[in-house]
Structure formats: C-alpha cells, structure tokens
Write a protein that binds this ligand. Structure first.
Ligand code: PGA
Length: 255
C-alpha cells in the first residue's frame, strides 16, 4: 500500500514562542487522538531556525516526523546564509520540501538546481518532497498535464529506480495555493493519475503504484476528505491550515 502523508508547510510564519506552542499542541492532540495503529504519516515543516527545538518535542515511535522547507544544492562551503542537507540531517530532519512554486518563482530555482537538491538530500538519507504544479495561464491553455509531467522529468527522472522509490511527489497547482480556491477532486485526480502514468513509463507500473503523490493548494478540514478519497491522491501538503493545530489534525484524520 502507498504511504499516506500529510505534511504541514509553515512557510515563513510564527515567531519562536508561537512555533513552539503550535508544535506542542499538535504533539499533544496527536497523542490523544491519533491511534498508534494509524497508517498516516504527519510531517511538520517549520522554518529552519526552529527545527532542532521542535525535533525534541516530537515523540519517538509516533507517525509524526520533522521536515524542512528547503535546502541548498551544494554540499558545503562559502554560501553565506544557506543551509545544507547534511546540516538538516544532523538535527534529525527526515523530510525536506523542494521546488515549492514560491521558491521557483521568488528565488529563481531551476529544474537543474532541484535535481541537485534531490541528489544531495538522498545522499543524506532525507526524503525529498518534490513539488510541481502549473500556473493558471498554463491550465487555461490546456497544457497543464504535459507541463507538470515535464517538471518531474527534469527534476527527478535522473534518479535510479532505487532512489526514485525514496521520494515523495507533491502536486500543487499555483492558482490554488493560498487563494482559498482549491482544485476540484476531479482536477486533482486527473493530474495525479497522469503523473503516475508518466512515472510508470519511466520506472514501470510497480514503482509508479508505490509512489506517494500529495495534493497541495487550499486543502483544509472541509475539503480534505473528498480530495484524499481520490484513487491517486495519497495525502496533502498543507500551508495555511497547518498553522492551526486543530485544522492540521482534522486533515490528518481525513483518511
Ligand atoms: P495553502 O499552501 O494550503 O496555504 O494553499 C499550500 C502550499 O503552498 O504548500
């Protein structure tokens, strides 16, 4: 069975006190309300600055994991202000979001840089959550399926079969991010099925069937159940709603 995942992307939100409070609330509610037998993995992706402190709040042996929102595409060296995958691994980070559309758009991240980030994360035993998704004009032109498939080809199709099986994909239509305008479950399903087919052509049906593909973009406790009920939607990458402990947990419970 494919891994079911709900990842909270906190983005550049919360000061130290509020971040610790949010993480503590999530941990407490999670322990009270999510059965130990749950097969859903929940991942908290706070800003870099809080990672090691939040790691200490997470219980052992629970389906609650620590993720970062980015890393640099070089191993180490004179790159003032950047954070390496090795640094992330050394404080216990298990997942890292890469290629978020905000990084691609505001920080000029290219497919080549994302391919390097994927490699460097895997070399440090961190699972990349590779984001892809189209802007509204591309959807309106009707070329969104091929466009997003191409992002996968450029970012992760250089991986070996073994390494490809270690990554998670997140489809996030840019027009749905932070806009309150979510993709319909049919739009999400169409894209996810298309991407799975694209993966199958490169890596075979077996690997494609085992790849988790998350949906992101205005996912909330009201629409998560419907989105996650789609055959090819294996969870969510949650922005705004991950900043409220109750909303985040309700989304985890939507499976
Ligand atoms: P949103 O963000 O849930 O606030 O739309 C999702 C994301 O950018 O990962």
């Amino acid at each position: 069975m494919r891994q079911k995942i709900v990842a909270g992307n906190w983005k550049m939100n919360k000061n130290w006190q509020d971040a610790v409070a949010l993480a503590s609330e999530i941990v407490n509610i999670f322990q009270d309300e999510i059965p130990a037998s749950s097969h859903v993995k929940a991942i908290l992706n706070p800003p870099f600055l809080y990672l090691s402190a939040i790691k200490k709040l997470l219980p052992e042996n629970k389906n609650l994991f620590l993720g970062a929102q980015n890393c640099y595409n070089k191993a180490s060296g004179a790159f003032t202000g950047e954070i390496s995958a090795e640094m992330l691994a050394s404080v216990g980070v298990q997942y890292t979001i890469i290629g978020h559309s905000e990084r691609r758009e505001y920080f000029g991240e290219t497919s080549q840089m994302l391919a390097q980030k994927t490699d460097i994360l895997l070399a440090n035993n961190i699972t990349p959550i590779f984001c892809c998704g189209e802007a509204l004009d591309i959807r309106e032109k009707g070329t969104h399926l091929e466009y997003v498939a191409q992002q996968l080809t450029e970012g992760v199709f250089h991986l070996s079969e073994t390494d490809f099986q270690k990554i998670v994909i997140a489809y996030e239509p840019i027009w749905a991010i932070g806009t309150g305008k979510t993709a319909t479950s049919a739009q999400a399903q169409e894209m996810h099925a298309y991407l799975r087919g694209h993966i199958a052509k490169k890596y075979g049906e077996n690997i494609a069937q085992n790849t988790s593909i998350l949906y992101g973009g205005s996912c909330n406790p009201q629409n998560a159940k419907e989105l996650f009920s789609q055959t090819d939607v294996d969870g969510g990458l949650i922005g705004g709603a991950s900043l409220k402990s109750r909303d985040f947990i309700e989304i985890v419970k939507s499976f």
